[in-house]
Design a protein around this ligand. Structure first.
Ligand code: ADP
Ligand code: MG
Length: 701
């Protein structure tokens, strides 16, 4: 049988070598590409609205004859204006386009057209501004694809018409649809009454009725979810079926751990510690995702695992995404080690922790690595420097990865491979909505810290337009006078880095001489080296600086409880998650905190983002809002997570299908975790093709 992904589109009737290039413009090289070139939208042309029944303010499809047409150049806007009047038996509608002079040769009086657009009233007449347009062939045979049915509307390239593309796709379907390779096992299709692939693709292009179109999309979504979930579930199985360390956890260990802090643990912290302890006791490796908002106290919870590993004579590791964060973990954990009586055992001294980051001198790094290898270090904290080949552990049994979405699954595996199938805890401060969690982290068990420590001040968020920025600075002055510290954050993005940096530095100098001349100011930005940043952060922490002007480096990590004011300049330029993270830098102490957003939002998206941060401090609600605003692909980097392979399936809106597909994937792999049975060979091949990286890890592991 011909392979559709190897058959050039030029062999489809009506294409040929010349038009092949047009298709290439649309990314269509093969017959398979063409069949999977789905409509951008549909028009229901089964019943056209008579022109005297048009609904104002709504997008709708209308048809009629061109009654009058003409173009001219507007004398005051200098724009080219093209107008037509379209009429049917019942009435007429006026259409107008700007700057599309080529339309003068497109419409002719007496021709039939279909238009799609919003109908408005302008100077007492019905008008559509720049509607989408299509000439209808007078040839009845050709009309059957364009009239009296639900009609697909495709993205086009210059020189290609809807009419033409529809015809080519129809011919292509007639010739090749039956040869489309079926990916979904027949049993699963029967079980859920899913279309076969040919039927699906046909119904997506030329649905007989709305239901069959929806059914077709659901089937494609199911397929995408199914194979994605197979890869996720296989990865999980390949890890949890290994033999790891069954840690012994003394009954009183948790109790003693919990009481050795100057504060009481929250209920959520205690619950998650129990969940982690439960996993660590088992000999199958833990794979757990710990979600909790910024400041919810995840580090302490993660640290319990280090204590448990230590009490069993094993090493542990914590990997963080930045040096600042790694250093901060190290300092906080060193403090916990000193305070906590569970961090020593009968055999000897307290947990010995070390820091390993890229900026250490080579001798220092070598020394740490040697000690880790010899087992003289019990807990190694660091950045991705931990992943380097020179880092080898004596007996690593517990691994913590902070801010998981900054690392990929591969890096997770790299670190785990340095241990004895260690228990792995992944921490994220970006709450992940349930739908995405199942999709991306379907291989992980999930723990949530959904409770903030008591005795923290409230965070209030306020919004100011930039022409009221002085009010913000006055407020900041008052608060700093009363002993608080403040951040003033400026955006810095790659595209406009130089300008952004200049703006931040200029403001800093301006503040120094004006608004904040009585205070001690500090400046940190991305162009400073690590040492300078580090020193500045230390000084801020020690209260040698009152106001820290910064570009987004403060986004992760810094913990300065006395800093209770966060000013975000040009807040409209920050993403929602970033705004939430920045705000998480304050509200860490006893004082009430204030987050002041200065912004002039113009786009709908930026308005939506600001509205969301102003309305809630709940990280999960923010994340869900963010997901809606940005869509799942942008929410995390697409690439790292295989979301690229989800072209039709949308985890946000199709949770029901995702759950069904996931159940089937679990079912299939539960009897055959490596998919070695002959009846599963095809499924395995498809997963291998679509998710090669994931499966490589499975077989390597
Ligand atoms: P996260 O990592 O979740 O952002 P951290 O673990 O850094 O949060 O905790 C933030 C701060 O809160 C730390 O200074 C920590 O000592 C403190 N903390 C943690 N748990 C509690 C608690 N139950 N009560 C009061 N303070 C806590
Ligand atoms: Mg274990």
């Amino acid at each position: 049988m011909t392979k559709l992904n190897e058959t050039s589109v030029q062999f489809v009737k009506g294409v040929g070598p010349a038009r092949k290039k047009l298709f290439a413009n649309l990314g269509i090289e093969t017959v398979e590409d063409l069949l999977y070139f789905f409509p951008r939208r549909y028009e229901d042309r089964t019943q056209m609205t008579p022109l005297n029944k048009l609904r104002l303010g709504e997008f709708q499809t209308v048809t009629g004859k061109v009654i009058a047409r003409g173009g001219h150049r507007s004398w005051y806007t200098k724009k080219h204006v093209y107008e037509t009047v379209i009429g049917d038996e019942s009435g007429g509608v006026h259409c107008i386009w700007f700057n599309q002079p080529f339309l003068e040769n497109y419409f002719h009086v007496g021709e039939y057209v279909v238009l799609y657009g919003k109908v408005e009233i302008y100077k007492d007449r019905l008008q559509m501004v720049a509607p989408e347009y299509e000439l209808i062939s007078p040839d009845k045979d050709e009309q059957y694809l364009s009239m009296g049915r639900i009609v697909p509307i495709y993205s086009l390239t210059r020189g290609m018409s809807q009419r033409y593309l529809r015809k080519v796709i129809r011919l292509c379907l007639d010739r090749y649809a039956r040869q489309l390779p079926e990916a979904l096992p027949a049993g699963i299709r029967q079980k859920f009454g899913l279309f076969d692939i040919g039927q699906s693709i046909t119904s997506i292009h030329f649905p007989e009725e709305p239901e069959s179109q929806q059914k077709a999309y659901r089937r494609i979504a199911f397929e995408e979810f199914f194979f994605f979930q197979i890869s996720v579930v296989m990865r999980r199985l390949s890890i949890v079926r290994k033999k790891g360390i069954a840690h012994a956890i003394a009954p009183d260990l948790m109790a003693r751990f919990n009481v050795s802090f100057p504060f009481a643990l929250t209920g959520a912290q205690q619950r998650v510690i129990r969940e982690i302890a439960g996993d660590m006791k088992k000999d199958s490796p833990m794979l757990r995702l710990l979600q909790g908002d910024v400041g919810s106290g995840k580090t302490l919870v993660a640290f319990f695992g280090c204590v448990a590993a230590f009490q069993n004579g094993f090493q542990s590791a914590i990997m963080a995404p930045t040096e600042i964060l790694a250093r901060q973990h190290f300092e906080n954990i060193q403090k916990m080690i000193d305070q906590n009586e569970t961090t020593s055992n009968s055999k000897g001294p307290k947990i010995r922790a070390a820091l390993l980051i890229g900026s250490l001198k080579k001798e220092e790094k070598d020394a740490v690595c040697q000690d880790v290898k010899d087992g003289k270090i019990d807990l190694l904290i660091g950045t991705h420097a931990l992943l380097e080949e020179t880092v080898a552990f004596k007996n690593l049994s517990y691994v913590v990865i902070d801010e998981q979405h900054k690392f990929g699954v591969r890096q997770r595996a790299l670190l785990s491979d340095k241990g004895i199938n260690p228990d792995v805890l992944i921490m994220t401060a970006t709450p992940i909505p349930r739908t995405l969690c199942l999709t991306l982290y379907g291989d992980l068990d999930v723990s949530v810290i959904n409770e903030m420590p008591k005795g923290r001040g409230k965070i209030e968020t306020k919004f100011f337009y930039s022409d009221h920025a002085q009010d913000v600075y006055t407020l900041v002055s008052q608060l700093v006078k009363s002993g608080r510290q403040a951040f003033i954050v400026y955006p810095l993005v790659e595209e406009s880095q130089k300008l952004d940096l200049k703006a931040a530095v200029a403001s800093f100098h301006h503040f120094e001489k004006n608004e904040f001349k009585d205070f001690r100011l500090g400046l940190v930005h991305g162009q400073m080296n690590r040492k300078e940043t580090q020193t500045m952060m230390e000084r801020f922490k020690k209260k040698e600086i009152d106001i820290l002007v910064a570009t987004t480096v403060v986004e992760v990590g810094v913990d300065v409880p006395n800093a209770s004011v966060m000013v975000i300049e040009h807040a409209e330029r920050f993403g929602l998650a970033q705004l939430h993270q920045l705000r998480g830098r304050i509200g860490r102490g006893l004082h009430d905190s204030l987050c002041l957003l200065i912004a002039d939002p113009v786009t709908e998206e930026s308005q939506a983002r600001l509205k969301a941060v102003l309305s809630t401090t709940d990280g999960f609600k923010i994340a869900e809002e963010d997901l809606i605003i940005r869509g799942p692909g942008e929410f995390f980097g697409r690439h790292q997570h295989g979301l690229n392979e989800l072209k039709i399936a949308n985890p946000t809106t199709q949770l029901d299908i995702l759950e069904l597909a996931r159940k089937e994937a679990i079912e299939m792999t539960s009897h055959d975790p490596q998919l070695q049975k002959p009846e599963h060979r095809d499924v395995k091949m498809i997963v291998q093709k679509r998710y090669p990286a994931y499966l490589a890890m499975v077989s390597a592991g």
